[in-house]
Design a protein around this ligand. Sequence first.
Ligand code: SF4
Ligand code: SF4
Length: 449
Amino acid sequence: MRTIVEPKERIDKLWGIQRTDTAVTYRMMRYVIRVDHNGDVLLHNVITGQLVKLDQAEAKLLEKLPATFTPLMEKLIEHQFVVPNDFDEHQRVVGIRLILRKLADKQEKPGINHITIFPTTACNARCYYCFEKGVKPQTMSEQTANEVVEFLQKHYGGKKLWIRWFGGEPTVGADRISQICEGLHQRGIDFSSKITTNGYLFDEKMVEIACSLWNLDSAMISVDGTKERYNRVKAFVNACDDPYERVMNNIGLLLAHKVHVNLRMNFDKQNYMEFKEILDEARDRFSGNPLLDVYVHQINGHYENVDSSLIQGDEEWFSEKILELNKMSRKMGLLHKKSELPRLEYKWCIAARDDAVTILPQGQLVSCPERMNPDQYKGDLKHGVNNQDLICFWKQFADYERCRDCCLFPECVKILNCAGKDRCFYKLERLDQIKEIVCNLADSSADEQ
Ligand code: SF4
Ligand code: SF4
């Protein structure tokens, strides 16, 4: 066995060395990914992050598993690629996660520095799939924006702030964004920001303000089809021009100002076939700008056409399309995001983290930006976070039967009260990426030898 990527020391230490037991039957550990490449067998341990290339005798041995101990197994056992038949690696991962989280809680400096801010819940578009349908449009007042700045000054703990402007359409509340940013600059608080936007209200002036005042480093803009469909689906309020052209121009403006743009096509069975045209257009307009990433994302929910036919795909359909369409974008040089080999993760999403909060237009604090009902208010700008029950509510793991046997379980942290906890659309794409990384690493380690 030759190691290509060393295990993560911290996780390796916590798991410890597995002792050999000559009396038991061994099997492959559930969280190992096998890749066959150029006649070699490569194994990646998704818990420790270790990647190894087996020698021929070890590779042959794998075919005979489960099997009783033979000396050839020694290294495979030591590095936990094989485990006794009755070993419960799922419980082991859950246990290690708990330890890592407790250690992190002790070490992490107090302070809130991951902030999602809703300058408004109003929006100038009318997408049929919007999860905020029925939410009352409210825009932040000047007074609340001042209170946001005071709140951040009081709670940021001297660390850099990472702000995400969200909504509604956040640019509808652009004045409040500017006001909050001015307040942070005046107080010498370091921050950078991202925005989730439809991109329509940007113009040269707003892009300049976004760069100089908002410290904007990236924008996620959804373009859900080619021009005709886009203009129909977005159905912008009071649009007197061609919204598609305008948004495409604004993407160009943002890129020219060195803002990273994530151009996302939200898709279902109605529009996925237009992704290739969007890619062609992105390539022609922005000629492979490395700051642009173009990708797809499934539309969640249950929607029907006028003839009552379902336009939602099921999980299998979405997973296959995500793999196919994002791969197409990568091949065209329009999706650059690099992924890494998986290993055990323990960090929660922002909804469960003590250093994160979401601020609503009227100053209430919630955990998850997708759950804004009054029963989710965990505090407000004046009193801070003060609802212990809600803090605990968001800190519970989801534990799905089907995830226990999934080789990606160690890196896939899901929380019990997330609306998307039982969705799994990215496994195929992730496995495909992992395979590619493993092959590349094996090739470059062979070159080095
Ligand atoms: S959500 Fe999907 S990828 Fe994650 S552990 Fe479950 S089955 Fe695997
Ligand atoms: S939607 Fe789910 S993953 Fe996203 S912040 Fe909310 S709880 Fe976390």
